[in-house]
Write a protein that binds this ligand. Structure first.
Ligand code: SF4
Length: 85
């Protein structure tokens, strides 16, 4: 991926946060809420979310969305097969 495509990352609010907050080893509701709070105040949340959806990022919180939330956004319920829902 060309670096200029993710140059917005330099302006991300998470630059000064612990990366483990956004990539937890195990699901943690409180950690997820803390990461989402950082994203909520981020000036590049739209770019970040758009990138993660487009790139199919499968791990971590990007643009205030968990991997599960991104999957639901990319594959709305009506478009999923019964086995995948
Ligand atoms: S939206 Fe969240 S993950 Fe994306 S750059 Fe901003 S703080 Fe980081």
């Amino acid at each position: 991926m060309p670096l200029e495509e993710i140059s917005w990352l330099r302006r991300g609010a998470c630059r000064s946060s612990d990366p483990d907050l956004f990539f937890p080893l195990a699901p943690s509701p409180s950690q997820e809420a803390s990461a989402k709070a950082v994203c909520a105040g981020c000036q590049v949340i739209e770019e970040c979310r758009s990138y993660a959806l487009r790139a199919g990022e499968s791990e971590g919180i990007w643009g205030g969305l968990t991997p599960q939330e991104r999957r639901r956004t990319r594959f709305p319920k009506g478009l999923r097969s019964p086995a995948a829902s």
